[in-house]
Design a protein around this ligand. Sequence first.
Ligand SMILES: O=C(O)CCC(=O)C(=O)O
Ligand SMILES: [Fe+2]
Length: 508
Amino acid sequence: NKNKFEDFLYVSSTSGLLKLWNIEKQLMFEVRGYADALEDKLETLKLHLKTLYHTSYPTVAAREKYVGNPLKAFKLLRRIYEDWIHLQKYTKLKSGKATLEAMKQLLEDKPIWLDMRETLRGISRIEQTYDLKPIDIAEGRLQDKQFNKKLSLRDSLAIATHKYEEGDYTRSAIWYRLAMNIKDEPNSNVYDEVIGKPPSGLRRKFAMSCLMHATKIRYPIYTHKKLLAEVEAFLAKTSSIELENYIRKRLAQGVDQFVEEANMIKQPTSNHERGCRGQFIKKTNLNCRYNFTTHPFLRLAPFRMEEINHDPYIVMFHNVISDNEIEEMKSLAVEMYNGYSGSFTPNQTEKIEIVAHIHWLRDNTPFLLRLNQRISDMTGLDVREFPALQVGNFGLGGYFKPHYDFMYGTRVTMDSLDGLGDRIGSIIFYASDVPQGGQTTFPEIQISVQPQKGSSLFWYNIYDDGTPIKRTLHSVCPVIVGSRWTLTKWFHSDPQMFIKPCSPRKMI
Ligand SMILES: O=C(O)CCC(=O)C(=O)O
Ligand SMILES: [Fe+2]
């Protein structure tokens, strides 16, 4: 069934990636079954051989004596006349037919090219956003954590090729260089025999990347096509000895040289990136307090509220969803769909991306009722007209570009607002800790919030007079390590007409 996964990418959520983990587990089970079947056959063949001759007959005289025995001679002739053809047939029998069929079935659901490309983009996004060094990634260091996983020659090669195709020649040169330096991998003989030898021509690809990199620095505005023409013209008048010298010189220079050269045409670091790298200065004029006021019930069980920012008003509520509730949420959201990035700017040219997998909880389950009640208690806002909640689960390098949650004055129609008016506020429940990356970041006000399991983040997107608050621009940093789960609700304006607590309109 080809269409089943036409659009659904495994890599876009950890729950999708878990499916892949299960597929590989089953594949390994089948291969083991296949190997067992081969072993059985081997064993049978060896046993059969044993039934033929028990003694060796080293001399001609001994062998002549053997065939001189009528019983032995008769058996010999009959065997070759009748039996051996069957043995020959037996060798041709396919072992482990069922396991081979099962493997074929499993591989029907293998990731499609788009999945592979998104995986490569995810890795690249982590590398670039957090300014990680390729060598660190290849050796299993992500920020300050060392993991016991290294990238293989084929892994590095796939990344290098991807960078080249994406037009990042600096990094493709660095990754090709890295791939060239990977030698004597453990079990590489077995790997080469089963999977095939890794592609050759690494030196030339490295040279191409170096030349494209150098040319791009000279002509930053050139398209890929023009750069390629320039490089090919250069190559046409370069002898193979000259090229080899060039490669040696480039290899001797090391990677710092590449980075230094690339810095000459590099875009400045964005606030989103700075936020992800933990470079925002911590605000000090903020308080923690208990919210007793939005609902009478809260006088008995107040929410612990931490102010994150004053204008726009952003607060974090602590311990507002329990581990049990989170498990319940996940069990209600087994089937997940692509969640797309929507850049809600009027003249957007950017491509829409799959950023996570989502599930809309719409059924009137006890979970939904309970959470909506809590959200009302926490915020004082009315959620009865739009009770649905959105579950989100991010994948490898999953992120969200800077965007607004309001739709004010954009191409988005009222239909997509469920006819309930603009999204005046947003609340995100963090349904997991994220050990590395995955912060919710506000680039304009330079605030970055690390998800904490059980907490939630709430802010207003729009002033009481209906003006959108541009400073609510926010993004999600690429997840480096961890499984990022969220539960989101957007508050629409119309149901709040008479109850929204008045926050003063401030001029910015
Ligand atoms: O998951 C987050 O932290 C924010 C997600 C978000 O901005 C959105 O879904 O609009
Ligand atoms: Fe958002």
